[in-house]
Design a protein around this ligand. Structure first.
Ligand SMILES: [Zn+2]
Ligand SMILES: [Zn+2]
Length: 429
């Protein structure tokens, strides 16, 4: 479904409410040997086919890309910035939780002369990382990302049943895309070599937009275990890397890789894949949810509280991978309701590990949403929800085994199933 929101001179903002999108492709070179490489937007672990060196891709804040244009020395290229957001939006209302998957781009400078969004070009072309070495004039974003985000959240919120008790964005990818233009008597799109404006007024001056000298760097750190120097392993889009030599796991914090607390369920069958979940301990105010016994009351589960259940501490279990919003919320709710109590072992699984693509801070953002997913009766949610505060205290990554069936991955202990196609399509989220 596509909704056109703001008409403009050149094009429309289009918000894609699809369940999957296309990943950008990015042209780059291996940081070790300089061999050309094509990365996918979601790639983090880069394994060079030529020099065999593995590198891990990091950024200080978010990735900045530019759309390349045919070279022409006679044109003064100006790069115009667009914010891009890809992620899940959730709205909690009186009738339940609504969700949307969105993939949207929008001007980062209010300038009606430029197209209002990148359009579909970024999906058809290979991008480059915008770095300090690039030639051309880069315009400085004037609109903050938060402003851009709240504007379109508001628009979505308008169509949602009222009151909206809670809303959150989860698993978002934020980036800045620079698109090239040049000026004659009209403004031209430098990729298509076509005008995107009518004839400009005499006094129009591009220099009135402030420029930005790119000083950004894409950082590839060598994917070696900081502890023992062994090669770190993982799928190409994973945020968490494992060292099978010293049995450790690592994830990016700021400019370096930090050690991560992890565990796995004891061994099961051989047709197994391990899916990662964030297990999160939290403190609550406005609700009593300390133990398994409390959970039974809060979720109104048809179970009789047994001796000792007051002593089983309550934990959230949130999928550590991106998957379409409805499935994501279902998995978070069901696993949290199950409160897995198997004895876990601090060992990396030998079997296949599915990539961790949802960072811990994103998982923390959906704790309240998960609570809304199982709290009963709904009337209680309406009355109490705004007073509830959840504060995450500690976390670990737990690898949960799923058996591979024909069409699904099945977790027999907690009656969880994930359709394989759904999971495959989620690689682009
Ligand atoms: Zn290389
Ligand atoms: Zn190691």
């Amino acid at each position: 479904m596509k909704i056109c929101l703001i008409p403009s001179i050149a094009t429309n903002v289009e918000i894609n409410c699809k369940e999957s999108t296309i990943n950008f492709l990015i042209e780059h070179q291996c940081p070790q040997c300089g061999a050309p490489a094509i990365l996918e937007e979601t790639d983090r672990l880069f394994a060079c086919q030529y020099c065999r060196v593995n590198s891990y891709l990091m950024t200080d804040d978010f990735f900045r890309y530019l759309l390349p244009h045919p070279p022409d020395e006679n044109k003064n290229i100006v790069y115009f910035p667009y914010w891009r957001f890809k992620g899940m939006l959730f709205f909690c209302g009186p009738s339940g939780i609504q969700n949307r998957f969105v993939d949207v781009s929008h001007q980062a400078i209010d300038a009606s002369i430029f197209p209002i969004s990148v359009g579909v070009r970024s999906q058809a072309m290979k991008l480059r990382f915008a770095t300090a070495e690039m030639v051309g004039r880069f315009l400085k974003p004037q609109q903050s990302f938060d402003k851009f985000l709240s504007t379109f959240q508001e628009r979505f919120g308008k169509s949602m049943p009222k009151p909206i008790l809670h809303q959150s964005n989860i698993g978002e990818t934020l980036s800045l895309i620079y698109s090239p233009f040049y000026l004659t008597d009209k403004l031209y799109d430098a990729i298509l070599n076509k005008p995107v404006s009518a004839k400009l007024p005499e006094n129009f001056n591009l220099d009135e937009f402030s420029g930005d000298r790119p000083h950004w760097h894409i950082r590839f750190v060598s994917a070696l275990c900081p502890n023992c120097g062994w090669n770190l392993e993982g799928e190409r889009d994973t945020l968490v890397l494992g060292c099978k030599n010293c049995n450790s796991a690592w994830y990016p914090v700021g400019k370096r890789l930090k050690q991560l607390k992890f565990a796995k369920f004891p061994n099961t069958g051989d047709r197994t894949i391990y899916l990662p979940f964030w297990r999160i301990k939290a403190e609550f105010s406005g609700i009593n949810l300390e133990s398994y016994a409390d959970l039974i009351a809060v979720a109104n589960l048809p179970r009789v509280v047994q001796n000792g259940w007051e002593d089983i501490p309550f934990r959230f279990w949130i999928p550590a991978f991106k998957v379409r919003p409805k499935v994501f919320l279902h998995l978070a709710t069901q696993t949290t309701l199950s409160q897995p109590r198997q004895k876990l072992v601090s060992e990396l699984p030998q079997a296949r590990i599915y990539a961790t693509t949802l960072p811990i801070n994103e998982a923390v953002e959906c704790l309240k949403l998960t609570l809304a997913g199982f709290m009963k009766p709904r009337k209680t949610i309406m009355e109490r929800f705004c007073d509830i505060k959840i504060d995450a205290k500690s976390f670990s990554l737990v690898f949960m085994p799923f058996n591979e069936g024909h069409h699904e991955f099945i977790q027999p202990d907690f009656q969880l199933t994930i359709n394989k196609n759904v999971l495959a399509l989620s690689k682009n989220l």
